[in-house]
Design a protein around this ligand. Structure first.
Ligand code: HEM
Length: 144
């Protein structure tokens, strides 16, 4: 290798670096994400603050749970199963049928905060995720 013939692969990252998303790995992969989603809906079913948002969902949450696991898996950098099955996330559009204001946003975040406290052991990661969830929930808001 010399200056006239530079290494064409020099700018490529090692495959392991491309395949590994720190969030997906550090949260504990799909097992932890499934537990997180179970806890999230457990809190949505039990916290009085979440009654309004629980009522927006079907009585049977099993399909919704599967979809959220797939979405979060992809969102955190794991396999892209969600968009392969359900297209672009377009979360704002997909929530347009539900009146979401500050109270609904805060109820969603409350359930997720409790779920993360149960499942995500790394406090820094919990904080980072809560900030990202908040931004997303606020972006979805279509009501006061
Ligand atoms: C801000 C308060 C929120 C409320 C009240 C809310 C409510 C809902 C409801 C009622 C559904 C339909 C469920 C069903 O079809 O069974 C839904 C779907 C969904 N929500 Fe939310 N949501 C909120 C925030 C979020 C946030 C912050 C995220 C992501 C970080 C999210 C991700 C999703 C996903 C991925 C779906 C499924 C979309 C699809 O059909 O592909 N939601 N949400």
């Amino acid at each position: 290798m010399n200056a006239d013939n530079p290494n064409p692969y020099a700018s490529l990252k090692p495959v392991t670096q491309i395949m590994t998303n720190p969030h997906f790995t550090s949260i504990g992969g799909e097992t932890a994400i499934t537990q997180l989603v179970d806890k999230f809906y457990y809190y949505m079913e039990t916290l009085p603050e979440a009654i309004l948002i629980r009522a927006m969902h079907d009585a049977d949450l099993s399909h919704t749970k599967q979809v959220l696991v797939k979405f979060l898996t992809e969102w955190l950098g794991g396999p892209k199963i969600y968009s392969a099955e359900r297209g672009h996330p377009s979360l704002r559009k997909k929530h347009m049928n539900f009146p979401i204001g500050e109270a609904e946003r805060d109820a969603w975040i409350l359930c997720m905060r409790h779920a993360m406290e149960d499942i995500v052991t790394d406090a820094t990661l919990r904080q980072q995720l809560e900030q990202s969830f908040f931004k997303t929930a606020d972006f979805i808001r279509n009501n006061q």
